[in-house]
Design a protein around this ligand. Structure first.
Ligand SMILES: [Zn+2]
Length: 533
């Protein structure tokens, strides 16, 4: 393997600066008089036109007596509007023009989106816009939509991801809205009145709490005219901004251990730490830095150490903006049967890794590598289109603001050491939930909405104390610098170059002239008579 690594180094270093291949895409950002934030994206090479509206309210704002109301409203909004009163007219129009639509309700925002062939876009956008201008919320159809929400919940019941997510919520502080059941079902939504729906809509669905994105080959001027004509009709509304605290858990001097029996045959150790909101510091990329370091799989990594012990098959770690109100750090270790038996040692090693991060110098080299990779991705990755891209831009515009809506991933300001260590100070046993997931564990409880079997204990004593300051094994260290990142980008040579030749192999380098991306792929054509022996 060493030899091939050397070739990577040879090929990537001598590139020169190259024009941005994505420069054809242009953006315009505006705020309408009613307060609606808008991002327009014009690109003649798009295959479909798309749009997304992000509303800054989600399930966390559900009234206690009406769990799932935000989700239910999302369904009801789709049905019909004053201007287009025919049921499902929107869906049929999109279908006739090669398009489709969808929506989702998250904890802190709700997103509506569609994509369609270019010729159907202006008309589709008008139908879409009227959801927010004059929705009928027609009560005739409420019962049918309650059943649709209920069916969605039933579909989620046999999925371990949903089961464990809801179980985690149920262990949050009872007074915190994040502890509630978010999806809604027949039991929670039966009997919802039109007034409840309208009240929720009028309380939170104001243009100042919304952001729209458009991706189309139309010029920016044409797009702006269209958007102003349609979306200026959304009435200005004095709305309530939903707020809640980041403290979903109270600090506790005990190990909060949850044993969970999954439906699938799997073995996992999962750690969860709630953190204060981080979205305002998006340019510092501190949360990405911690995730990148923890999740490293190379030499000296936590995963390679756990694998050597025969304890783990996989490890994923991430720190994310779970909602605008709180962030969280999650670590999931895929355990071997031996790892399951020794889960206490696996947990100790995870905590040791956080201790290593806290006691090591700020890993500036990783921050710089992340920035280089993000820059490369921005320059050379496909720019994305359709609903996926529209959703990302509208959601980012609503959370991070218009300025960086289209470039959140590549937006780097400065490394912030103080913040890094402060964030790491929350990865402590007293701010943690631990889930041990495996078939055959002893349980004595059943989660209310999904029926997940689990047990919950708060363990004090020696083991918990040992997690406070675990010893870091010598073989574990921070990721070493990545020597394979290019420093300059550009075309190397247009003609194939013979790099090496001997009696065993011939190696050519050939520059791709179509896509012109700083990416290397190696293809080996091995001729050996042994294949037939
Ligand atoms: Zn739904």
């Amino acid at each position: 393997m060493k030899k091939f690594s050397l070739f990577f180094a040879i090929l990537l270093v001598p590139f020169l600066a190259l024009a941005n291949p994505a420069s054809k895409r242009t953006y315009r950002k505006l705020v309408l008089k009613n307060g609606l934030k808008v991002v327009l994206v014009s690109d003649a090479s798009l295959n479909v036109s798309s749009a997304s509206m992000d509303v800054g309210v989600g399930s966390l704002a559900d009234p206690d007596k009406r769990l799932g109301l935000a989700h239910f409203l999302e369904h009801m909004l789709f049905l019909a509007t004053k201007k287009y009163p025919k049921l499902n007219e929107y869906g049929e129009y999109l279908k006739a023009h090669g398009g489709y639509s969808n929506a989702f309700t998250a904890a802190d925002h709700t997103n509506y989106h569609f994509q369609v062939n270019h010729d159907g876009f202006p008309e589709a956008l008008d139908r879409f816009g009227h959801f927010f201008i004059d929705p009928l919320l027609d009560y005739k159809y409420a019962q049918r939509e309650v059943m649709a929400v209920d069916a969605e919940h039933r579909k989620n019941i046999p999925q371990d991801t949903w089961r464990i997510m809801q179980l985690r919520r149920s262990l949050f502080k009872k007074s915190h809205p994040a502890s509630k059941f978010h999806t809604g079902c027949l039991e929670t939504l039966k009997g919802t009145t039109e007034q409840e729906l309208r009240e929720f809509f009028e309380t939170y669905y104001g243009p100042t709490n919304m952001a729209l994105s458009i991706l189309s080959p139309l010029s920016l001027d044409e797009q702006e005219r269209l958007v102003r004509k349609i979306f200026s009709q959304i009435p200005s509304r004095k709305i309530k901004i939903f707020e809640c605290s980041w403290k979903v858990l109270d600090p506790k001097n005990a190990l909060r251990l949850v044993r969970v029996v999954p439906l699938k045959d799997m073995r996992q150790l999962k750690l969860y730490f709630p953190l204060p909101p981080q979205y305002k510091k998006v340019g510092e990329k501190t949360i990405n830095l911690i995730g990148m370091t923890m999740g490293d799989e190379g030499k000296g990594s936590l995963l390679s150490y756990l694998k050597k012990l025969g304890y783990a098959t996989s490890l994923s770690a991430g720190v994310g903006n779970e909602t605008r109100f709180f962030s969280s750090c999650g670590v999931t270790v895929g355990l071997t049967p031996k790892g399951l038996q020794n889960w206490r040692q696996v947990l100790t090693l995870c905590m040791a890794y956080f201790e290593l991060l806290r006691s090591s110098p700020y890993p500036k080299h990783i921050w710089k590598e992340m920035k280089t990779l993000a820059k490369l991705k921005e320059l050379y990755s496909p720019k994305g289109e359709g609903t996926d891209r529209a959703i990302a831009i509208a959601s980012n515009a609503n959370l991070y603001g218009l300025k960086i809506a289209e470039k959140v991933e590549s937006y780097f300001t400065h490394p912030d050491e103080k913040d890094y260590y402060q964030l790491l100070s929350y990865m402590k046993p007293s701010n943690m939930l631990v889930f041990l997931v495996a078939k055959g564990l002893k349980t004595d409880k059943k989660e209310k909405w999904y029926g997940t079997q689990y047990s919950y204990v708060e363990e004090k004593g020696k083991f918990f104390e040992s997690l406070q300051k675990p010893t870091v094994p010598k073989a574990i260290h921070l990721p070493l610098p990545n020597p394979f990142l290019p420093k300059r980008l550009g075309i190397y040579r247009e003609r194939p170059v013979l790099i090496a030749k001997n009696r065993y192999y011939t190696l050519w380098y050939g520059q791709d002239l179509e896509f012109r991306r700083p990416k290397v792929s190696i293809m080996l054509h091995i001729l050996t008579p042994n294949a037939y022996n």
